[in-house]
Design a binder for this molecule. Structure first.
Ligand code: FAD
Ligand code: GLY
Length: 379
């Protein structure tokens, strides 16, 4: 089995890269997935495309997040044309609510820097906030409206990417765990699995939280990914209660078009243990009821968890590894993998086709943990 490009990992990152490679005319693309494609972190996510809502300053990471967000309208339109699946890009915007003095202070600072940077953000009084979202608590003090922070249905996105793969000769092997990469004198030539070796000219590692478990020959990769569990509860109403994604400093509510409201999310370092807890459900309910007390009697319709892939500085790990040819790493998208998928797919395809990576992205390099200085931190 030999391919031009071998992608390991069938989450939003691996599937988006596979699509982009085929769109650019790469002949044979194979994807290996240890379970079933799109059933890990990418499935568990809330689908927010919201770089501005949580950002306290600018910087390269912030710029890249905004760049990826701006790719979404075309990404959604192309996927609809290619696969018939509407990924429900919802451009209603995001509202960030303040309930106390601290909240207000933080939001005021966010408003000032983002205005100065020429970003689209509006300051709403309590009354304007309640006019925009009548179900929000009367205790609200003010809010910020981010008209360009959107949301997408990440599960529909995964379904669409999978349809694209099936219709475009991307060969997918599910239930195929990669044990290690084949390293021949500093050149990766494929991947070892229990069912055989998959050879390729180029290999892409897109294995999310599990990325640093895969050895390159006999060596561990030069970065260590850690899973950060996130739990979400889903409440259901007969019709859509909120227009916007609604944030507070204690969590977020993501209203879907069918009346579901996702209330998220926890951030827990519990290793590779997935699963849900009663404590988290009650914490998320409290967060939701602070935002909208009328949600008090809504039953929890669903509750799930996923493992965000992270490294210590919170930035993604995207690029090549010094001394290892024909391997590209695209992982550690942490809280922003859905948002960053089109950017990472483009960047991976650009690099695999012309072999250079923009200087401004050096801070995402897999080699940065071996170097003394990191050029910039997460903003
Ligand atoms: P995954 O989706 O985890 O995919 C990795 C794949 O690799 C998996 O399918 C896995 O089985 C496979 N794999 C691993 N090891 C191997 C192996 N050895 N061999 C073969 N296959 C292997 N992001 C946003 O942008 N917006 C949000 O609103 C948002 N909300 C979130 C809410 C929660 C609760 C969580 C948990 C995450 C959220 N995220 C959000 C983050 C986002 O989900 C992740 O950053 C993104 O899904 C990472 O994509 P991925 O493809 O790298 O990882
Ligand atoms: N980006 C939202 C989360 O990771 O929970």
């Amino acid at each position: 089995m030999r391919s031009d490009v071998l992608i390991i990992g069938g989450g939003v990152i691996g599937l988006s890269i596979a699509r982009e490679m085929r769109l650019r005319g790469v002949g044979s693309v194979t994807l290996l997935e240890k379970g079933v494609c799109g059933e890990e972190s990418s499935w568990a996510a809330a689908g927010m495309l919201g770089p501005q809502a949580e950002a306290d300053e600018g910087g390269t990471f912030f710029d890249v997040c905004c760049e990826s967000r701006s790719l979404y309208p075309e990404f959604a339109e192309s996927l609809l044309a290619e696969t018939g699946v509407d990924i429900e890009l919802d451009q209603s915007g995001t509202l960030y609510i303040a309930f106390n003095e601290d909240d207000e202070q933080i939001l005021s600072e966010r408003f000032v820097w983002q205005k100065k940077a020429g970003l689209s953000v509006k300051r709403l009084t309590a009354e304007q906030t309640r006019r925009a979202e009548p179900f929000i608590s009367p205790d609200v003090r003010m809010s910020l409206l981010f008209p360009d922070d959107w949301q997408v249905d990440n599960r529909k996105l995964l379904a669409s990417l999978r349809n694209f793969a099936d219709a475009n000769d991307i060969v997918i092997h599910e239930n195929t765990r990669v044990e290690s990469l084949v390293n021949e004198s500093g050149r990766v030539t494929g991947a070892l699995t229990k069912t055989g070796t998959f050879l390729a000219d180029q290999t892409v590692l897109a294995t999310g939280a599990w990325s640093s478990l895969i050895k390159i020959g006999d060596d561990a990769p030069p970065f260590a990914t850690t899973p950060v569990r996130g739990q979400i509860i889903c409440l259901r109403t007969a019709k859509r209660l909120f227009e916007h994604v609604v944030y507070s400093r204690r969590g977020y509510l993501v209203p879907r078009s069918d009346g579901r409201i996702l209330a998220g999310a926890t951030s827990e370092k519990v290793g590779f243990t997935k699963g849900t807890t009663d404590e988290a459900a009650s914490e998320l309910r409290n967060m939701a009821f602070e935002i909208a007390p009328s949600m008090d009697n809504l039953p929890v319709a669903d509750h799930w968890s996923g493992l965000r892939p992270s490294v210590p500085d919170g930035l993604p790990v995207i690029g090549t590894i010094d001394g290892i040819d024909n391997l590209f790493v695209a992982t550690a998208h942490y809280r922003n993998g859905i948002l960053l998928a089109p950017f990472t797919a483009n960047l991976t395809a650009d690099t695999l086709t012309d072999k250079s990576i923009e200087m401004r992205l050096a801070g995402f390099s897999p080699n940065r943990f071996q170097n003394a200085a990191v050029p910039f931190g997460r903003s």
